[in-house]
Design a protein around this ligand. Structure first.
Ligand code: ADP
Ligand code: MG
Length: 370
């Protein structure tokens, strides 16, 4: 018995070491410490394996890990902290810690002061939240997913009756009273409102995050379609504001108001002073926030055909670039891309807003020169 377990352990270690050589950007493989793993007891080895399975099965992963339980971060800190520092750019001599501050510092954040043309750009800011008392998405059972959706539906019923919110809930759960059909679902996905079919995402499925699809999944959308809440995607809740016009501060304020309203009706969100809001993916810890702008960069993307050049340029300004269809999509023919500050942990909400503004100004200037 002991012998066969040892050989399982050594097979895993060999596999991860091979990934490290072939995919040096896979942060799980980069920071995997074989001795640390060997010294965990059986139960914790199993738990850690569930966390890193996605990075083992998908060697091209960027992070390569999803937490399954809120306390995975504390429990496996010797393995996860170095990955977290690496992704969020927190050096060894600084503590990992999260402060929250939504108050803008007074500098301008109106994108139209960079260029009037940016008024047409679509802005989106979302936060990831998980409620305490449930496992994270990868470890939830079908009944827990449905139970959580029902809890949220109750909160949405209240929101729907409030001025400034209104709107409706759309469920993907079979036979849910708010269930929508395939035609409406597909339309909402192409309108960038609803999330994509998660069951075809190999990173999420290995982690169990897309299990039981589409049970417990849905979305609240406000009357004016500017405030949205995803239920049951990579995190239990993704709360977001979307609008055009360049007013980043107004966008953030909308989100902040909506989060507070929801928070008052739900069990406490999982949070720690060190990691901030606890999320499935370590990239989202901290503020849990991704603030993005859809902006056309036809020259920097060479007519939408070359994402590598624009990604390199954007990295200088600590921005990540995605295609306009979201993560793992390509730029459109017009060079429309999604740019967002990469760091979410160790930076405040207001700093993320300012980084998006500054990064947009810098990339826009490069595009004009190109
Ligand atoms: P996230 O992980 O932050 O939720 P994704 O990359 O998974 O973001 O994208 C989710 C959806 O949001 C996609 O439909 C994407 O096109 C859309 N989206 C992202 N940023 C913007 C934006 N600034 N304007 C409009 N839609 C956006
Ligand atoms: Mg996503």
């Amino acid at each position: 018995m002991a012998k066969s377990e040892d050989s399982v352990t050594s097979t895993i270690i060999t596999k991860i070491e091979a990934i490290r050589n072939a995919n040096p950007d896979n942060l799980m493989a980069r920071h995997f410490d074989a001795d640390y793993f060997r010294n965990l007891d059986d139960q914790n080895q199993k738990r850690l394996l569930a966390v890193i399975a996605t990075g083992i099965e998908n060697s091209d992963s960027q992070m390569g890990a999803y937490a399954m339980q809120n306390d995975d971060y504390e429990l496996f800190a010797p393995m996860l902290d170095p990955m977290i520092r690496d992704y969020h750019g927190i050096s060894e001599d600084k503590p990992i810690k999260q402060a929250h501050d939504w108050q803008p510092d007074g500098s301008t954040s109106d994108l139209t002061t960079i260029d009037a043309g940016l008024e047409e750009g679509s802005m989106r800011v979302r936060v990831a939240r998980n409620v305490s008392g449930f496992p994270l998405a990868g470890a939830m059972s079908r009944s827990q997913r449905v139970e959580l959706e029902n809890l949220l539906i109750n909160a949405f019923k209240t929101l729907i009756n409030e001025p400034g919110f209104g709107g409706k809930y759309l469920s993907l759960t079979p036979d849910n009273p708010y269930e929508i059909g395939a035609v409406e679902y597909n339309q909402r996905v192409s309108d960038h409102q609803m999330f994509k079919d998660m069951s075809v995402d190999r990173y999420l499925s290995v982690a169990g995050i897309s299990s039981d699809w589409p049970w417990g999944r849905g979305m609240y959308i406000s009357e004016d379609e500017g405030f949205l809440v995803w239920v049951g995607e990579e995190d239990q809740l993704r709360i977001m504001a979307m609008q055009r016009g360049g007013d980043l501060a107004g966008l953030f304020e909308r989100l902040e108001i909506g989060i507070h309203r929801l928070e008052a009706m739900l069990p406490p969100f999982a949070h720690s002073p060190k990691y901030g809001y606890l999320t499935s993916c370590p990239t989202n810890l901290g503020a849990g926030m991704r603030a993005s702008l859809h902006v056309p960069l036809p020259k920097l993307t060479n007519g939408g055909s070359d994402m590598e050049r624009v990604k390199r340029a954007a990295r200088e300004f600590s921005l990540a670039v995605r295609g306009a269809g979201g993560e793992h999509s390509d730029a459109g023919g017009d060079g429309l891309v999604d740019i967002s500050p990469s760091a979410r942990l160790g930076v405040t909400e207001a700093q993320i807003m300012q980084s998006l503004f500054n990064g947009t100004a810098a990339l826009w200037a490069l595009e004009k020169q190109a």
